[in-house]
Structures are given as structure tokens and as C-alpha cells.
Design a protein around this ligand. Structure first.
Ligand SMILES: Cc1ncc(C[n+]2csc(CCOP(=O)(O)OP(=O)(O)O)c2C)c(N)n1
Ligand SMILES: [Mg+2]
Length: 343
């Protein structure tokens, strides 16, 4: 039995995208998917340690939101399911792979690993192992943008912050405290709940009094929207509206993206709790297939072109693995380096 909320409708005919925009979205989602398929392989070959949480199935959320931001200017905070967010932010695949291998050349210098990707250059505020831990960090980032602009008179400080977290995290106290402050102070932030219906083995409906998370925005006097998280064009559309509102000083938005992870909670999870019917239902909604059907149907790309993009990505991923493999481990004498800021 598949108990599932009806996915909100989105009329793809209501928007126009160029070929270039369409291919950027396709390439980003495909990179996320294939990169993580490779992660699974490398994990089972013993190249990665600790927990590794994959994002397969949820790519339309990362791509639809992050690709609507200003690259290297707007901020993004993530969770432990952070590889694809990092890639969408522009962190090079070889730096992400090296981090997953625990190497010095990784984006967190090999000290973070899978759950702690970070890049100042790409405004990635971090992956966080604790559920909901990124919410106050992102809220603080949004506060500083507003403070610099309004109190310190820096007109260029108009960054928007995006804060990703899961349905499980939306039951955590930090969610409520931060949304209250963000709305009160009209912070330029977008809270994106990736509702994949599960928090490890706890189904969303068993864990929350109001399963329609976007409705929780109303008690904070905040705009809340739900979106089909398996449709990158729908996600991009709500993201663009929320970004425009935030940039115009009209405050935060809570976006609830209905989505699904195609793999277990982590690569250590045999994924026996979710029913085969449910997995099959969502598997049929693969966001990458949906976009490729759109691109081909609107004459924005042909099969050959998409195949070519996929092959280029596979090459890039193979190089990332080689780079990670060949990179040195952190020096044990430098164990405490990067714990505190250096001059
Ligand atoms: C504060 C805290 N409590 C419990 C955990 C253990 N834990 C790790 S992931 C997770 C489920 C979170 O689910 P959700 O927020 O829906 O994100 P998803 O894994 O579905 O992306 C839990 C309870 C944790 N990491 N941090
Ligand atoms: Mg979840």
C-alpha cells in the first residue's frame, strides 16, 4: 500500500526555459546521480569510512533551488546528505570525492568526510551530522547579510541563504525557533524541507502532528509553499519566486519539496522497512527522466546530446576517483590544524 500525499500540479507549459538553462539543469542532476552511484561503489570497495548518505532520487531539489541562486555569492547550508548540494554549489567533483576518501586535497582538507563538506569559496556553509544543526547556522548567515546591508550600509550585501533539511528535522525545536526569528526580522532566507517521507525508519506520518510541513509557515506569518520535488522545473519556479522575495527584503519562505530517496537511509541501511510498492511508485517519478522527456519533447535536446553529456560526466567522475586515490592523507602532526581560524 502506498500512502502518499497528492503531488502538487505544475503546468510545465506555464514556463519557458532556454536550451542552455535546460542543459545546465540536466547536467547538474546527472552529475549528482552518477557521482553518487560511484560513491556507493567506492564505499563497498572500502574506500570511504563512517556513514555515507546518498541523495539518489532527490536531485531535482538540489538542482532546482541552487541553480536559481547566484553562484559563489548566495549561501547554502546542508545536512549529512550533502554531496549533491555541494556539487550543485560548484564544489569540484574531485574535491568532493577526495573529501569522501579522507584526503588532504578534499574540500574540508580530509578532516570532514561525507557529512561535513564545506567550501568558503562556494558559500557552502557545511554539511551537518546533527539533525537540524544547519538551521541556526543558516539563519545566522541570513542575519549577517541583512545586518551588513541595513545597519552597516553595505548595499552589496544582498545575498540569499538557502537552508536544506529533512522532514524529520522539521520536528526539531531549532526549526521553530529559527523560523520565528527569521520571519520576525524578515531575513533573506529560504528554508527547504526535503520531505522524502522517512527519517531513517520512522515514517513521516507517524512522527508529526501536521504532515503538511509547508502549512507550519503560517503560524510564523511566513509564506509556505509545497512543490513536486521530482520536477526540477517546478522546484526552480518556486525557488525563483522565493529568491526574488528574499532579495527584495520581503522575508523568508518555507518550501516543502515532496521527494523520495531511491536508496536506504545510508549505505549501511539494508532498506527493508519501506514497502516495494512505495519504492516502485516513486521510482517511476525519476526526476532525471522527467527532465529529459521535457527537453526532448520541447526540442531543446536530442538523445544523442544527452548521452554525450552523460559520457563527459562519467569521465569527470573517473578523474575524480583517480585524484582522490592518488592524493595524500592528512599529516597526523597537523591533526589540530583548521580547528580554529588561522591568521
Ligand atoms: C540531533 C540528532 N538526533 C538524532 C540523530 C540520528 N539521525 C540521523 S539521520 C536521522 C533522520 C533524519 O531524517 P530527515 O530529517 O527526514 O532527513 P533524511 O535522512 O530523510 O534526509 C536521525 C534521527 C542525529 N543525527 N541528530
Ligand atoms: Mg526524511
Amino acid at each position: 500500500m502506498v500512502s502518499q500525499r497528492t503531488l502538487p500540479e505544475f503546468d510545465q507549459a506555464s514556463i519557458k526555459i532556454t536550451k542552455e538553462e535546460g542543459l545546465i539543469l540536466y547536467e547538474d542532476m546527472m552529475l549528482g546521480r552518477l557521482f553518487e552511484d560511484k560513491c556507493a561503489e567506492m564505499y563497498y570497495r572500502g574506500k570511504m569510512f563512517g556513514f555515507v548518505h546518498l541523495y539518489n532520487g532527490q536531485e531535482a531539489v538540489s538542482t532546482g533551488i541552487i541553480k536559481a541562486l547566484r553562484p559563489d555569492e548566495d549561501y547554502v547550508s546542508s545536512t549529512y546528505r550533502d554531496h549533491v548540494h555541494a556539487l550543485s554549489c560548484g564544489v569540484p567533483p574531485h574535491e568532493v570525492m577526495a573529501e569522501l576518501f579522507g584526503k588532504e586535497t578534499g574540500c574540508s582538507k580530509g578532516r570532514g568526510g561525507s557529512m561535513h563538506l564545506f567550501s568558503a569559496q562556494h558559500r557552502l556553509l557545511g554539511g551537518y551530522a546533527f539533525v537540524a544543526e544547519g538551521i541556526p547556522v543558516a539563519t545566522g548567515a541570513a542575519f549577517q547579510s541583512k545586518y551588513r546591508r541595513e545597519t552597516m550600509g553595505d548595499e552589496s550585501s544582498d545575498q540569499v541563504t538557502v537552508c536544506f533539511f529533512g522532514d524529520g528535522a522539521s520536528n526539531n525545536g531549532q526549526f521553530f525557533e529559527c523560523l520565528n526569528m527569521a520571519s520576525l526580522w524578515k531575513l533573506p532566507i529560504i528554508y527547504v524541507v526535503e520531505n522524502n517521507n522517512w527519517a531513517i525508519g520512522m515514517s513521516h506520518d507517524r512522527a508529526t502532528s501536521q504532515p503538511e510541513i509547508y502549512r507550519k509557515a503560517s503560524v510564523f506569518n511566513m509564506t509556505g509553499v509545497e512543490v513536486n520535488g521530482m520536477d526540477v522545473l517546478a522546484v526552480r519556479n518556486v525557488a525563483q519566486q522565493a529568491i526574488a522575495r528574499a532579495r527584495a527584503g520581503e522575508g523568508p519562505t518555507l518550501i516543502e519539496a515532496l521527494t523520495y530517496r531511491f536508496r536506504g537511509h545510508s549505505l549501511a541501511d539494508p532498506d527493508e522497512l519501506r514497502s516495494p510498492d512505495e519504492k516502485e511508485f516513486w521510482g517511476g517519478l525519476d526526476p532525471i527522466n522527467k527532465l529529459s522527456t521535457y527537453l526532448i519533447g520541447h526540442n531543446l535536446a536530442d538523445k544523442q546530446e544527452l548521452k554525450h553529456i552523460e559520457e563527459n560526466i562519467q569521465d569527470k567522475i573517473a578523474m575524480a576517483v583517480q585524484f582522490a586515490q592518488d592524493s595524500p592523507e592528512p599529516d597526523t602532526n597537523e591533526l589540530y590544524r583548521y580547528v580554529f581560524a588561522e591568521d
